[in-house]
Design a binder for this molecule. Structure first.
Ligand SMILES: [Zn+2]
Length: 574
């Protein structure tokens, strides 16, 4: 744990100073793609003096947000865990579900799914839950999750009652209870809104829909927005929860779910790329003096395939741009390489996939690890365990996906990425990579700390059967077999102490969302700097579990700088 943090801190500092240097340099060629919204805050408008005027301004800002998001097609991911009561651990996951799609936020909110092509899979995945969750696919359901009311958020349909002032993070808010007027119709928002007190944007919504129409359910949701660009607070996180485990309760439905929205700045149609976006940082190819030798040509060909795939995944909203988290992953890869005397013709790179399911894969010499997996890994040794497996595929020459060097193979819709890409290995290669990885770990500094990596796999073995959606890899190989048994690095299951939930010093796997913070606007990822909270009971561990969101709200520093939201956010946090 300590080592992970040490390296993390070191790398954080490096990347932050790098950012600072970039900003200080005279205007570089790659200007940030942040489109400065034309209708930002209206400084000319007089500040409201009464609560009625505040409400009017809030309604106006909500409609401005809807307008601003009309041209946007962000990704939306929901990960849901059904719950059952465990006498010792409290409510624990009994089954899980995963949804990933792209929403078009034009006039009516429209959704296309990354996973829907294989409908039988989708049906199986959703099981008996599909009926219950169907509302989510309807525009109204989504408009509720993202906005208070997409159609009729106004005084004719709602009453607003001022409650109090309250700080959410650094941001002072005015809190209002919002209730639908009589005869306002079905499915209206009822709950509470938090409105920041400078421009009067809604920053948090908490409540549900009422009255409930027959044959459908509206869930309780807590929806958070972040100030990632000047003037707007973008919907980023939604937590939902249902169920009552108190004695005698008869609630049959019990679940908790996290919804994340990102990719607001993704281009709506990548094919129509503008000339201004062509990068000019490598005008002249100076890699070789003459023609490439056959071996050089082979390597360049593989490099081209690798670059194509990485770029395509990033354009589809599935991969974070290169950033500070990569540096941490790369440090671990370097440690493995140096102590094992591994020299490769091309450097190994690492990237973060933005989705929650636990997965890793490698394309050429690029290792890709999902955000969800980085979240739940307990320490650096377990991260090394994960990376050593992919590094072994690279060392053993398993990644010869040269067909992606042909650019026509990159021409598909973002939503069909999972149908067009796949980087699974045959079982023989998996076994060989596991064997090689164990050798690497034994020769590395992580050899002394493999107990936690082993505990992680034991926890995976214990929880695996209930978490099939979280453990379904979409581009790489699964950690578990189809019955939830651990398939990767299984020889580690014989190492170290047995898993014991009651041992509070045994942290085998963390809850989701605890490590990696994703910027919903530009898809950059960074590590969360949250102070560790002491665990006081077995229930506090929550391995692989979903928890509520409580982001620290903060305003970006606007005006004068490049307008790069992430840089600004970093500055604020530092
Ligand atoms: Zn593998």
């Amino acid at each position: 744990m300590r080592n992970w943090k040490l390296i993390a801190t070191a790398s954080l500092l490096i990347s932050l100073s790098a950012v600072a240097q970039q900003t200080a340099a005279p205007s570089s060629t790659s200007t940030p793609q942040t489109t400065q919204p034309t209708t930002t805050t209206t400084p000319a408008a007089a500040q409201p003096t009464t609560m009625d005027q505040v409400v009017d301004r809030t309604i106006e800002r909500e409609h401005a947000l809807m307008d601003f998001l009309k041209t946007r097609t962000p990704l939306v991911e929901t990960y849901l865990q059904n719950l059952k009561l465990d006498p010792q651990l409290g409510p624990v996951p009994s089954q899980d579900h995963y949804f990933l799609g792209r929403i078009d936020m034009a006039e009516s909110v429209d959704r296309r799914d990354y996973l829907s092509k294989d409908s039988s899979f989708q049906n199986r995945l959703m099981g008996g839950f599909s009926k219950l969750f169907k509302f989510e696919y309807k525009p109204m359901g989504f408009s509720w999750m993202i906005f208070a009311d997409r159609e009729d958020f106004d005084r004719n349909h709602y009453d607003f009652r001022y409650v109090r002032r309250e700080f959410l993070g650094d941001v002072r808010c005015l809190v209002f209870d919002v209730t639908p007027k009589k005869d306002a119709g079905k499915g209206r928002f009822i709950g509470r809104i938090w409105v920041e007190d400078q421009d009067f944007n809604i920053v948090r919504l908490n409540g549900t829909y009422a009255p409930r129409p027959r044959n459908s359910d509206f869930f309780h949701m807590d929806s958070w927005r972040l100030n990632l660009i000047p003037g707007y607070w973008l919907p980023a996180y939604i937590y939902s929860e249902e169920g009552d485990f108190s004695y005698g309760a008869k609630d049959t439905m019990a679940f908790k779910a996290q919804t994340r929205i990102w990719g607001y700045d993704l281009k709506k149609n990548e094919q129509g790329g503008e000339l201004t976006q062509i990068r000019v940082d490598s005008v002249k190819d100076e890699t070789a003096a003459g023609d490439a030798s056959p071996l050089q040509a082979e390597r360049q060909w593989l490099q081209q395939a690798e670059d194509n795939v990485v770029e395509r995944l990033q354009n589809a909203g599935l991969l974070a741009p290169e950033g500070e988290v990569d540096k941490i992953l790369q440090t671990v890869v370097n440690n493995l390489q140096i102590t094992n005397n591994i020299e490769l013709s091309r450097p190994v790179r690492t990237r973060v996939m933005l989705t929650s399911p636990l997965e890793t894969f490698s394309v050429g010499n690029t290792i890709i690890v999902s955000r969800g997996l980085i979240d739940v890994l307990p320490d650096e040794a377990s991260l090394a365990m994960v990376l050593s497996h992919e590094l072994s595929h690279i060392v053993l020459g398993h990644n010869l996906g040269s067909k992606f060097a042909f650019n026509d193979r990159m021409l598909f819709t973002d939503e069909s990425t999972y149908q067009n890409f796949g980087f699974r290995h045959v079982p023989e290669e998996e076994i060989a990579a596991d064997k090689k990885a164990m050798e690497m770990l034994k020769t590395s500094p992580y050899n002394q700390k493999l107990d936690t990596a082993a505990l992680f796999l034991k926890e995976l073995a214990a929880r695996g059967p209930q978490l099939s959606a979280l453990l379904t890899a979409h581009l790489g190989n699964n950690f578990t077999d189809n019955k939830g048994g651990v398939a990767r690095m299984a020889s580690l299951l014989n190492v170290g102490p047995a898993l014991d939930p009651n041992k509070l010093d045994q942290i085998a796997a963390l809850p989701l969302g605890g490590r990696v913070k994703l910027n919903a606007w530009d898809d950059k990822v960074e590590l969360i700097k949250a102070a560790p909270v002491a665990i006081t009971s077995a229930r506090d561990k929550m391995p692989f579990e979903v928890t509520p969101f409580f982001p620290r709200l903060t305003r970006i520093v606007s005006g004068g700088n490049t307008g790069n939201p992430t840089t600004a956010a970093n500055t604020v946090q530092k």
